[in-house]
Design a protein around this ligand. Structure first.
Ligand SMILES: [Fe+2]
Length: 423
């Protein structure tokens, strides 16, 4: 594995396959073809420009003709719905059926149309078998994949990543991949249609802590050789297409560049928090951000709630009541396996400015709490949150899904009036 996020990486699986003095030699060694994959437009400023040069057995042009591909649950149907305002929750979907990663993708919702390069989408997959000589490529944006059940082996054009619950995979726009499972598997998939995911600024935190570039791992080049027919499924502006390719797309023998897939272990995140009183905002736990127009208002921020100490004094320690300007979409990547929303594989939505907080029982317990002893939070489970500046539209599938908890949100409606005039 190659360590470091966003750097100029290089890797070769056969000696001499990577040209050192130019990108595009007349006759690359071993009879390979040189091919560039751009993650950004040519003219994007250098610090945000992402591209990779690949040296492969067959160029990606050995594909076609393209035909439309229909998918009942992985689609843009959310655009038909009005932006959601209610608190919504879903229990973990059942680990059943006979489907691979691509078949098993379902879209909860999103915002914007990827053809307009603005917005995001939130999906979940349930897969029971590996993708068999078929691969997927997303032309619409970066994908963040967070398994909650089952480790995945993700073959990409640049090499393979093994990703297990508690880790994430960042799969950049235009990099073809295929997912192998080791049994029933489930997880979250988030998609940002605009700028790529990058590491968030640290601001006054300084040069260390939170997300560190050195904890990201890109794969080593690893090529396969087969002349069989493969199915390539591609998403372009939200529409799926498929075509036959001659030979495996995972035939890249060497590569160099800064457009690469990554694995990141959420346990590597170094949290920073309050050491006297009050809560910092949860944005302090941001792992990756896909920026939009206004600095700080992003297409998507991935936030993790890591294991940490709460040492605050004279502070209401549960999440405070609030109306947040962003969409909050929460999931649980490691933790108990239960048939309820607050369980591994569950998902819940708080739309922008929709009031939320903790139920009355949690308020009562907090008021009755005795001393302010330090408490370890997040033990045995890991929650994550996707924040977006866009309101989210929910898909018809999400609203009709049998695992939706129709009573979700009711728990915070009845909060006891505790007002009294104190002297
Ligand atoms: Fe919130």
């Amino acid at each position: 594995m190659i360590r470091g996020f966003g750097g100029a990486h290089e890797s070769e699986a056969l000696e001499g396959a990577l040209p050192r003095d130019r990108n595009n030699p007349r006759a690359p060694k071993h009879g390979l073809y040189a091919e560039q994959i751009n993650g950004t437009s040519f003219t994007v400023p250098r610090h945000r420009n992402r591209r990779v040069w690949t040296y492969r057995i067959r160029p990606s042009t050995c594909v076609g003709p393209w035909r439309g591909y229909a998918h009942a649950t992985f689609n843009l149907a959310y655009l038909e719905a009005r932006p959601e305002i209610a608190l919504r929750g879903w229990r973990p979907p059942a680990l059943e059926g006979d489907r691979d990663f691509l078949d098993g993708l379902a879209t909860y919702g999103g915002a914007g149309d990827p053809a307009n390069r603005r917005g995001f989408a939130a999906h979940q997959y349930v897969a029971t078998r590996s993708m068999d000589r078929r691969a997927f490529v997303n032309h619409d944006g970066d994908l963040l994949l967070l398994p909650d059940t089952g480790a995945l082996r993700i073959r990409t054009e640049l090499g393979a990543l093994t990703v297990k619950p508690g880790e994430l995979a960042l799969l950049p726009r235009a990099i073809t991949f295929s997912v192998d499972v080791d049994g029933p598997s489930r997880g979250y998939l988030f998609e940002a249609y605009a700028r790529a995911f990058e590491l968030p600024e640290r601001g006054v935190i300084g040069a260390n802590a939170v997300t560190d570039a050195r904890h990201f791992e890109a794969p080593d080049a690893a090529f396969e050789e087969d002349d069989e027919a493969w199915e390539i499924v591609a998403k372009q502006g939200g529409a799926l297409h498929h075509a036959e390719r001659e030979g495996t797309p995972f035939d890249v023998v060497a590569w160099h560049g800064d457009l690469a897939p990554y694995r990141y272990d959420l346990a590597m995140f170094v949290p920073v928090g309050a050491i006297d009183r009050d809560h910092p905002d949860p944005s302090l736990f941001t792992v990756l951000s896909a920026p939009l127009d206004q600095p700080g208002e992003n297409t998507a921020d991935l936030v993790v709630f890591p294991e940490r100490w709460d040492v605050t004094e004279d502070t209401f320690r549960p999440p405070y009541f609030h109306k947040n300007a962003a969409t909050e979409l929460n999931g649980i990547v490691t933790g108990p396996d239960r048939d309820q929303v607050f369980a591994r594989g569950g998902l819940f939505l708080t739309p922008p400015h929709t009031p939320h907080g903790v139920p009355d029982g949690a308020v009562a317990r907090e008021l009755a709490r005795g001393e302010d002893a330090p408490k370890r939070l997040g033990v045995g489970e890991r929650w994550m949150q996707l924040e977006s500046t866009f309101p989210m539209h929910l898909s018809p599938w999400a609203m009709a899904a049998p695992h939706r908890d129709a009573t979700f949100g009711e728990a915070v409606r009845e909060i006891e009036k505790r007002f009294r005039r104190e002297v």
